[in-house]
Design a binder for this molecule. Structure first.
Ligand code: B12
Length: 308
C-alpha cells in the first residue's frame, strides 16, 4: 500500500516543527515535494518527513540552516546520481518476467533477467526500480487475495536468496562498520538486506544478523566488530515497542538507528529521532553523510544518533 499522505498539521506534529517553519523551509530551500489534494491542500509523504528529520539532525550538529538544506538535497540526489534509473520499458519487462516466472514456481527466467540487468545497471538501481517495487506489488496482491501464500513465500524466498548472493563478502572491506539486524520477533528481512546492499555500495562493512535477533546478541556483535552503528529493523508496528527498554539501553553505549515500515506508526519521539529515511538507498546515503560529518567533527564524543 502506498504511504499515507499528510496535511501540514500532521507533518508538523510528526516532526515537532511548526507549520510556519516547515513552509519557510519549503519556500526558501525547496526542501519538500508536496502533491496537491483535489481540494488544493498540500499533501506530504514519508520522504518529506525524512527530509525534515535529516534537516533537524544537521541543525542539531550546529550546521547553519542553508548549508543543512544543501546537505539534505545532496543526500537525496546522491542516492539517484549513484544509481541512475532503469528505463521504464526494461522495468515493465522485468516486472512481467518476475511475476510470470516466480508466481509459477519457476525461478530460471527471473534469475536470467536479474543477471542481465545487473550487467547493465547499478545494483542499487536494480533494487530500487525492480526488486523492491516487485516485492511491494506482490505484497499488495497477496493482501487482496490475488497472490497465494505459496506464491508470496516462493517469490520472497527466491529474492531473499538472490539478494544475499549479491551480498557475498559484504562484511570484508570498507572504512565504516555496521551491524544490521531485525529486532526481536521480527522476520521481515528484505528491506534490511536492500539497505545493507546500499550501504555496502557506499563502502561499509556489513555484519548482518538477519531475522529475530535478541538485543544482547546485537550488542555482542557490535562490540566484536567495533561497529560505528547498529541498525535495527521492523515491519510490524508492535516490534520496537516490545523491546524499547532494551534498545534504549543499547543506545547508551552504541550509535543506534532504526528503519522499516514498523517505525512509521510509532509515537515515540526517541525512536523518531533515530529513524532512517524509508527509501533504503537514501537511508544509506544519509547514514554515510552522517558518518563523514562525525568523523570530521573535532570532539572525541560520538553522537548517539546516527541519522535523520
Ligand atoms: C514477505 C512478507 C512476509 C514474509 C517475510 C519474508 C522475508 N524473508 O522477509 C513472512 C512470510 C516471513 C511474513 C510473516 C509475517 N507477516 Co508479513 N508480509 C510480507 C509482505 C507480503 C511483504 C513484506 C516485504 O518484504 N516487502 C518488501 C519490502 C522491501 O518493502 P516494505 O516492507 O514496504 O519496505 C519498504 C521500506 O519500508 C523500506 N524498508 C523496509 N525495511 C527497512 C529497513 C531499513 C533499515 C530501512 C532503512 C528501510 C527499510 O524498504 C522498502 C522499500 O521502500 C507484507 C505485505 C506488504 N504489503 O508489505 C506482509 C506484512 C508486512 N506481513 C504482515 C504480517 C501480519 C505477518 C505475520 C504476522 C503473518 C502471520 N500471521 O504469521 C508474520 C509475522 C512474522 C514476523 N514475526 O515478523 C503484515 C503486517 C501488518 C501490520 N502492519 O501489522 C503485512 C503488511 C501484510 C498484511 N497486510 O497483513 N511476512
Amino acid at each position: 500500500m502506498p504511504d499515507p499522505l499528510l496535511r501540514i498539521g500532521e507533518l508538523a506534529r510528526r516532526t515537532d516543527l511548526s507549520p510556519d517553519l516547515i513552509r519557510a523551509w519549503e519556500r526558501r530551500y525547496d526542501l519538500l515535494r508536496p502533491t496537491r489534494s483535489d481540494g488544493g491542500f498540500r499533501l506530504y509523504s514519508a520522504d518529506d518527513i525524512s527530509r525534515l528529520r535529516l534537516m533537524q539532525r544537521y541543525l542539531a550538529l550546529g550546521i547553519p540552516t542553508a548549508q543543512a538544506a544543501g546537505l539534505v538535497h545532496r543526500v537525496q540526489t546522491a542516492a539517484f546520481d549513484a544509481n541512475p534509473g532503469v528505463p521504464p520499458g526494461d522495468i515493465r519487462t522485468a516486472l512481467r518476467v518476475l511475476r510470470e516466472s516466480l508466481e509459477n514456481f519457476d525461478d530460471a527466467p527471473a534469475d536470467r533477467t536479474l543477471e542481465r540487468l545487473l550487467g547493465v545497471f547499478a545494483p542499487g538501481a536494480v533494487l530500487r526500480d525492480i526488486i523492491l517495487p516487485y516485492l511491494r506489488e506482490l505484497g499488495e496482491r497477496w493482501e487482496c487475495g490475488e497472490a497465494t501464500i505459496a506464491q508470496e513465500h516462493f517469490a520472497s524466498s527466491f529474492l531473499e536468496g538472490w539478494m544475499l548472493t549479491m551480498a557475498r563478502g559484504w562484511s570484508r572491506s570498507g572504512p565504516y562498520r555496521a551491524v544490521l539486524a531485525c529486532a526481536p520477533g521480527e522476520r521481515h528481512v528484505l528491506g534490511l538486506i536492500a539497505f545493507g546492499l546500499a550501504l555496502r555500495d557506499l563502502g561499509w562493512r556489513v555484519t548482518y544478523l538477519g531475522a529475530d535477533a535478541p538485543v544482547r546478541a546485537v550488542e555482542y556483535a557490535a562490540d566484536a566488530v567495533t561497529a560505528h552503528v547498529v541498525v535495527l529493523s521492523a515491519a510490524l508496528p508492535g516490534t520496537f515497542a516490545a523491546v524499547s527498554d532494551e534498545i534504549r539501553a543499547l543506545a547508551r553505549t552504541h550509535a543506534v538507528a532504526v528503519g522499516g515500515p514498523g517505525v512509521a506508526g510509532n509515537r515515540s519521539d526517541w525512536l523518531a529521532s533515530r529513524t532512517l529515511p524509508a527509501d533504503p538507498l537514501v537511508a544509506a546515503h544519509a547514514l554515510t553523510a552522517h558518518e563523514h560529518t562525525m568523523s570530521q567533527s573535532s570532539g572525541p564524543q560520538r553522537s548517539p544518533v546516527p541519522a535523520s
